[in-house]
Design a protein around this ligand. Structure first.
Ligand code: AMP
Length: 431
């Protein structure tokens, strides 16, 4: 098969690494890719939202499957674009059509969906500019802290957790009246604050059946001990020790099955990944959010634990026979550490030469924000490289990934030394 993978981050590096090992893969193209993805296929200079250019490329290279990494092309309707085109409609796109992508593209849509299908989630109410006054009154009746979410895509920045009523009111006005997040905050979901520990659960579906991929925990804050600003993700671990069989059974019964059945009942076709952000509150799962693609950096921990052929699984999604496919998951522990740019997540350094990648001893190296400049690997994004170590034991995985992260150097390089330590301590406590 000729496969086109859209995206350029660490998630896409992990996908490309795995796809390139498939017996089904003849040619892999990554658009636009990064300095590392060229090792698994051919990087192509295409914009992931330029559907006309993607069409021309697919026809020229006889592409047989398109895997969409990030959410933006899905929310903008790339799958619908393929289905509506006479020449493209037979090329399967892995990722939902626009209606399904609303699960991520609109917080209000996803909350309504959860309520309709009795999926446990935080209580909420949505407001617009026209109903701002009602929103301000509503805030007065709510417990603190309170969560404000821009309805639309806001590059991961649209969620605010407000500790005081005054702060919540100021932010609601800023979002609705002053368009703090542009069009994305023309509607705001005000949501109850959930307590507990977060984890990410991943499901792949052909619209009829589903398979549960390895779960993961990610680390969003920039600073050690989960302090400081939110980032795109500083690391991840899979599996998650507290997501034991009993908890995962609740997740499947209360969340996954109602989600798949809910999509069917609502007549929403869905072929692709569902990333369910969950809160574990005293052993009960609550949905924080849906995403319509895999997570980053969770994918860098999840994919290395999949032992079976990944393209075979994607073929099941495309052809509607996912239930016949085998998914073999390793019992090993994957730990991923993200190396980021100096200054990130604020203004950060770019274009710094990266050295030492060849010194990594016992981990996988997934490039994220990197580019080749005259054959020199340089940093180009906030999250630069993900290092994943796969071991029998959590501590070993964490220690190996940390040691290997330290072998890579560039000006301003930063990473957290405490990824997964909470899980290690939890494990020690229960054993
Ligand atoms: P989201 O974009 O919806 O995933 O929100 C980003 C982050 O905000 C989540 O990963 C949580 O850490 C936090 N968050 C979102 N909603 C809630 C909530 N209702 N209660 C507590 N934390 C939340």
């Amino acid at each position: 098969m000729n496969i086109l993978l859209l995206g350029s981050g660490g998630r896409e590096s992990a996908f490309a690494w795995k796809i390139s090992q498939s017996i089904h893969c003849k040619n892999l193209f990554i658009a636009p890719g990064n300095a590392g993805t060229g090792a698994y296929g051919k990087n192509v200079n295409l914009s992931i939202t330029d559907f006309a250019a993607i069409k021309a490329f697919c026809l020229k290279q006889s592409i047989n499957m398109v895997l969409v990494g990030p959410e933006e092309p899905l929310v903008k309707g790339i799958h619908d674009f393929f289905l509506a085109d006479e020449l493209l409609k037979t090329i399967p796109v892995i990722g939902p059509q626009q209606t399904g992508a609303q699960l991520e593209g609109s917080k209000d849509f996803s909350k309504q969906f959860m309520i309709r299908h009795q999926i446990p989630t935080a209580a909420f109410k949505s407001f617009t500019k026209e109903t701002l006054a009602d929103g301000l009154v509503y805030l007065e009746s709510q417990r603190l802290p309170i969560v404000l979410k821009a309805d639309g895509l806001a590059a991961g920045k649209g969620v605010l957790i407000c500790e005081t009523l005054e702060d919540a009111k100021t932010e609601l006005v800023a979002m609705l009246q002053d368009a703090k997040f542009g069009e994305a905050s023309s509607m705001v979901v005000i949501e109850e604050f959930l307590k507990g520990i977060e984890l990410s659960v991943f499901v792949v579906t052909d619209g009829t059946s589903y398979k549960i991929l390895p779960e993961a925990k990610d680390y969003k804050r920039i600073g050690e001990g989960d302090t400081g600003l939110n980032t795109g993700g500083m690391g991840s671990v899979s599996p998650v020790p507290f997501a034991d069989e009993a908890f995962m059974k609740k997740v499947e019964d209360r969340v996954i099955i109602p989600t798949i059945e809910g999509l069917k009942a609502d007549g929403i076709p869905y072929k692709g990944f569902i990333f369910i952000g969950l809160m574990n509150d005293g052993g009960d799962p609550y949905v924080i959010e849906y995403n319509v693609r895999m997570g980053d950096p969770e994918t860098e921990s999840v994919i290395p634990r999949i032992e079976s052929d990944f393209v075979e699984l994607l073929l099941g999604v495309a052809n509607g026979n996912l239930s016949e496919k085998q998914l073999i998951i390793s019992t090993k522990i994957a730990a991923t550490i993200m190396l980021v740019a100096g200054g990130y997540p604020g203004e950060y350094l770019k274009g710094r030469g990266i050295s030492g990648i060849e010194n990594v001893r016992d981990s996988l190296v997934f490039h994220a924000g990197t580019e080749l400049d005259n054959n020199v690997v340089k940093s180009s994004g906030g999250r630069v490289i993900a290092i994943t170590s796969l071991k029998d034991d959590l501590f070993d995985a964490l220690q190996t990934a940390t040691a290997d992260a330290g072998r890579i150097y560039y000006d301003g390089r930063y990473f957290r030394y405490d990824i997964g330590l909470d899980l290690y301590n939890y494990q020690k406590e229960i054993s």
